[in-house]
Every structure is written in structure tokens, then in C-alpha cells.
Design a protein around this ligand. Sequence first.
Ligand code: ADP
Ligand code: MG
Length: 710
Amino acid sequence: MAIGEEYYSVVDVFGENVFNDTVMQQRLPKKVYQKLKMTIEQGNELDLETADVIAHEMKEWAIEKGATHFTHWFQPLTGITAEKHDSFITAPMDNGKVLMSFSGKELIKGEPDASSFPSGGLRATFEARGYTAWDCTSPAFVRQDEAGATLCIPTAFCSYTGEALDMKTPLLRSMEALNTQSLRLLKLLGNTTSKKVTPSVGAEQEYFIIDREKYLLRKDLIFTGRTLFGAMPPKGQEMDDHYFGTIRQRIAAYMRDVNKELWKLGVSSKTEHNEVAPAQHELAPIYAVANVAVDHNQLVMETLKKVAGRHGLHCLLHEKPFAGVNGSGKHNNWSLTTDDGINLLEPGSTPHQNIQFLLILVCILKAVDRHADLLRESAADIGNDHRLGANEAPPAILSVFLGEQLEDVIEQLISSGSATHSIEGKKLETGVSTLPDFMKDATDRNRTSPFAFTGNKFEFRMVGSQDSIGEANIVLNTIVAEAFAEACDEIEKADDVNVAVHDLIKKYATEHQRIIFNGNGYSDEWVKEAERRGLPNITSMVDAIPALNTEKSIKLFEKFGVFTKAELDSRVEIAYELYAKEINIEAKAMIDIAGKQIIPAVIKYTTELAESINAVKAACDADVSVQTELLLETSDLLADTQNSLTKLKDVTAKGRSIADGRERAVYYRDVVMVTMKELRKSVDTLEMIVDKDLWPMPSYGDLMFEVSPL
Ligand code: ADP
Ligand code: MG
């Protein structure tokens, strides 16, 4: 409990606003509850009569929490969530009163006007119909904020013709595919008890926190979420004093509030700490079933932003809010869990003997190697271009870190056909008698790997901090389903299962060895080595997008019913469009800021300087060479700024007129972005010269180091 805070029990607060299993058991008639459970667990269709009962109880429960409205909460292809609020009230009756009602039909199906959401040509505006459909596997919740209390129903979003217009639909499809193929594989390996396999996901979220008053003075942050100008402060992250440092009081109070809000929504926010860059932090929840984890990550992002406002703070979720210090990402921890509680990625203490684990492991190696381009694409967003491939964590080249122990097992398998031993963890002696000695893990960590095995899960570290983790999990689930399916095809044909499994492990390990890399992913040598190995190094979003609808990708996604070709084509189109649009906004923001704020400030400075030179000259015969030199230098830079500004105006105007989506995106990357950098260069140099009192916005130092004094 914090000073001055009223006592509350975490256990009581946790899930308080969620229509979860406990609430359903308490509220729903037994038969209805059982039917709903069957739908959740086995995907049986829900009849309208049952839905009516559930809707009624859900409404009663929500009203007790103060809810006046409900919304179908969905994730269109904008990367964030969307909602349309409807109140529970019915048309006034004869006596002038209203009733609060909510029908099964309203629960199951919604019909938002779909025409304003990106569809990439899947839907002409005259076919504006889109449907939202209740995803009963992700619990409904009541959100309390300035809008009052609202019952939020997680839904999928499809077009009139049934194509997915969102993240959830393909995610649920990919989970089904993975479940089918995992069960098939497990059965072949002798498991007769597991009935369901689901991907478990825990997303670690990085973010920056700055002071709201200062944020409001930065138009670049307001319009684009990142700083478009800004000279480096005297101190950056070189002292490494922020990472895991003591959390400052103001931030601590904020985190406390964030946690409470998330707990109410059933999001198990668990760890929080400072990150590498100044003002950067991280929040990690306990893992959950993939589709719930994806929804929860959206709630985490939303909550981080909302609660910041209450503390006079502002949360920046952009991947690269500040040049020169680390950006933010999301670590997508992923594993496979059976309904009877087995983690299929648990190697045990002697992985060399764990045939099932080894087969699953090499299948994942195969999947990542074959579809490295798709995984890279799944993490592509505009902000992430400033991280991936830009000498920062993680590199744009996909590789898998296995750690010493597993790499050794794989090497044994490749060289001699079988593995006979596993390297064991050693005792770590602290050398202090009052401190316990403890067992070291058999494997150290590697922070530079984009896809690292971390004990009993894989950690995919490429996803951007403001991006949904949906796509990454869709790709992971599907590519692993494919590898499992192909392994099953082989094993089912074989006379001897054991021999077949053994051969497959060796075959896959050998064929896909090139994807394993345990070294420093940031080094230049790795870039060369990866090229020698033939691993793709895709450094920009524009070049990542085409992976979505290659023949390989279409075949993969259609085989498992995750995406149709039309859906993939539409996503490609949307991605190009989004890319050009966002950079266009950044360019326009730069034009605005440079023209209206920076150039006038510099003119003022030069004018004052010139006047002071004249004043000094008039007063005495002193040396004014310093002032004169400054004036010359500033005037030169001012001219450079004006030139770059004019050029930026020209190139953005041209960019907007390019009709073809890909061509336009390429132009924005190769021409507009380059011109933006030019403009920034002269402005940042000016910032170091011009009187701070005249500079029209807070500096990097003001933003990053003055959030909280203690
Ligand atoms: P690490 O020390 O490897 O970072 P943590 O225990 O701190 O691991 O967990 C990091 C994230 O990984 C958390 O969100 C956690 O819930 C998640 N996680 C842990 N185990 C699993 C698992 N088996 N599957 C998916 N996610 C997991
Ligand atoms: Mg991590």
C-alpha cells in the first residue's frame, strides 16, 4: 500500500470488472453455463435462446458495475482497437419510461459501418456492411473511465462477404490450425490424454513516460508520437544507470495505478522496471491463451495511456520517440500448452532424451527458417523501421538463439545422428557463507537475438511497442502448424514411428541449422555471416510487406484456412497505404514546425544578435568577432533549413500524387524520409547554438531527464 492510499486486497480487485468463469457460474443457469462452456472449449455454435439468457445476465451484471452502454470491441487493421457505443435503453414506453435491455442477438452480432476502416479493396464503399461477432473465448469486461462504465464485448470483424477485416479472426483461425496439427503430432507420439493445445503468450511491453505539460509543447509528439527534431542531451543512456534503477516516485505512483486498473480488467500485470533508455519502462503480464493475450496487450496499451493523463504524465508507445537512445519493443513470449497442463516447450533436465521436445524444437527451427520473411513482416510497422536493422535491438535478420545446452544437443544430433548427453547447470558459488549457493541455468541469456529460447518458451523480440502482437502470433501459429503437419505426414507413412521420428529430428536439424545463431546479433560480422548463410536481411517495412502474398505465403495460409489470397492481397495494399500516409503526416508536421516555430525563432535570435553587435559597436570599440561568427554560422544554417524545407514541401507534394501503392511507399522511404533527415540535421545543429529561451520547444534533456526529480 502506498502512503495515503486506501487499503484494497489485490485478490478482491483482480478480475472485478470481468465477466469471467466465476461470474458466469454464479449468474447463469447451469444448463446455459454448460452450453457456453462447450462453445468456449469446443467451438460449438451457440443458439439464440441461450445467447439471450447470457446477454440478459451480462447486462444485469454490467449495470451493477454502473454500465449504461455496451460496445463491440474489435481490432480493425489500424493496429488499435475500435468501438461503437450503444446504450442499453429501449424506446420510451407509453408511460415515458425506458427499460434497459440487451438481447442475445446484440451480444453475438454487431453491424458497425465498415466503410471507414481499412479493407484494402476487399470492400467497395457501396458494400459498407461489416459484422462484428462475439469471441466468447475472450471474456467481456466493464471499462470505467471518463465516458462512464461500458460493457466491452471482444469481437471479430468481418466483411459482408466473410473476409476478415481484423486481427482476431485470422488469429482464431491460426489457433485452430495449430491445435489440430499439434494434437495429430502428440497422438503419433503416444499421447492419448491431451484434448486441446493452445499457444500461450506473454507480451512484455516497453514504453516511455514524459511530463504532459512538456509533451503539449511538442507538436511533433502530438501529431506523430515521435520527436522529429531534437539534439542529443549531454547525457544519454551511456551510463547504464537507468536499467533496473530505482523507480522514481512519480513513476511509481503511476505504475501503481496502472496495475490496479489492469488487475480490475483481469490483466495479470506482474513485473515492472526501468528500461535501458532514460524515461523508459517495461510492464509484463503473466502469460495467457494467445487471443486473450492479444486483447490484454491492447488493454495494457490503452491503460498506460489513460492513466498517464491522470498523473500529469504522457505515455509514448512509439517505437522510436527519441533518436540516439534505445527505442521500445514488445517481447512476444510464446509456448504451447495442452489442456492437461503440459508445456510442450519444456525440455526437462535431460533434453537429449526428450524425443517429443526435440521433434517440436526442430519443427520450430524449420518453420522459422522457412518463413523468416513472414515473421519479419509480422513485426513490420513504420516506427519499427527505426529499430530493426538500425543497429539496435533486435537486428532485422531472423535467427534463433538456443543456448549452449540445446545447441550442443543439436550438434550431437547432426554430427553423430543421436544425442547422448546434455550439458548440466553448474553450482554457482557466491563465496559468502551467509549467501546461498545456487544452481546456474544450463544456458545464459542472449539479449541480441530476435528469437530466443528462454527455458520453456520462445521469445520473439521483433514486434514494435505500439503494434498489435496479433500478426506475430498468427504467423507463429500457422508456420508451426505447417511444420507439424509435414512431420505428421512423414511419420504416418512410416513403418516404425520411433525410427521415423529419430530420422526427422536429424533431418530437420541438419537442414535448418543455418537459422541457429548464438553470438552477438548486433555485430557487423553477423550481418556478413547471415548473408553467407543466405538468411534474409530485410531492413525496411516497405521491403518486408511483399512477403505477405508470395506464392509460398498464399499456399501456407490457404492450406490452414487462416487467410485467403484476397485477404492477403488486401493486407499488402493496406500496409503500403498506411506507410505512405504516416510518413506524409510526419513530413507535414515537420513542415509545419520548421516553418511556423523554428525558422521564426532563429530569425529572432539572429536579429537580436545583429542588434547586439550594432549596440556594442556603437558603445565602444570592443571585439565582436564571436557574435559575428555566430551570426554568420546561424544565418548559414538558417538558409540550409529554408532550402530543406522548400525541398520537403516539393517532394511530399509529389509523393501524394503517386497513384500506385507500392511505388508511393518506396518514394516516401527513399525520397521523403531522406529529405526529412536533411531538414532535421540543420535544425538540430541550430538547437545547439540558439539561445535556449528562444527555442520553441522543450529539449531532449527536458523531456527525458525531468520527469520526476526523485
Ligand atoms: P524471463 O525471465 O525469461 O523474461 P519472465 O518470467 O520474466 O521470463 O517472463 C517474461 C514473460 O514471459 C512474461 O510475460 C511471462 O508471463 C511470459 N511467460 C513465462 N512463461 C511463459 C510460457 N510458458 N509461455 C508464454 N509466455 C510465458
Ligand atoms: Mg524478455
